[in-house]
Design a protein around this ligand. Sequence first.
Ligand code: GDP
Length: 296
Amino acid sequence: KQGLSKTQSSLVGRVDSLLRGRTEIDEELLEDLEEVLITADLGMKTTQHLIQALETRLAAGRLTDPEQVRELLKAELKKILALESRPVDFSSASPFVMMVVGVNGVGKTTTIGKLANQLSRAGHKVVLGAGDTFRAAAAEQLEVWGKRAGVEVIRHAEGADPAAVAFDAAKAAVARKADILLLDTAGRLHTKVNLMEELKKVRRVLDREISGAPHEILLVLDATTGQNALTQARMFHEAVGLGGIALTKLDGTAKGGIVVAIAAELNVPVRYVGIGEKLDDLRPFDADMFVSALFE
Ligand code: GDP
């Protein structure tokens, strides 16, 4: 629950203060609730789904107690999220290739570093590929994380062809008999079309070197950006197809509801959540725990 306190205080705090002192449920209350849910970034689709579920019960005379509203919201959110929380099966290929994508600043490098550390500590042999050759210091930063995690980093000079890095990283992963290759990629958004073409090329190169690779394309999103995160998810999903999502900076936002919006609208599982800047601050996403943290 640690690190989720802001998310918790926002959504639930507001639902609670809305329900406090109420003895009956009416349309006006549901309207206020709708606003709270939208402000918490649950998204239109999910909000409407939840409000409709409540309205149906209200009309049938089966919604009388404010406590029932909390319970119903909780159950519905768990249902939505449970469909979309699955861990990555790293043993399904060897080497398992994960290509990590996302816009600059979302926490991509940090997430790769945390993941490399966890996987390596769990006994996997991990290789990192520094595929962001565009941003100055991206490779250096990845190397720092690599050292911390005790894993090898394949890098080229700044400005080199990212597809060439992908090629070398794939070759190295096979040669070293690595279990997992985590490949960083560029995240410059100002040349969006170029970036998406570059990512597609990287994906092709990986598949040519290791059949079926990348086995997962993981999108890193910054939870504090709210609806922008959803826009980014749509964009990357359309361009390269996403296998999963890592949502960072949940410790710094009152907008944890974006998790629900992404799961409901894109059908892409949230794999990990970032809850801080330190090595251990990456957790597997657990729908039950997440909703409980929101409501307890
Ligand atoms: P990149 O440009 O996407 O590679 O982003 P970085 O990995 O360099 O991260 C950008 C900033 O976000 C850094 O200051 C990180 O420490 C910070 N950051 C990353 N993940 C988290 C997180 O889960 N919580 C918090 N509070 N900060 C994070």
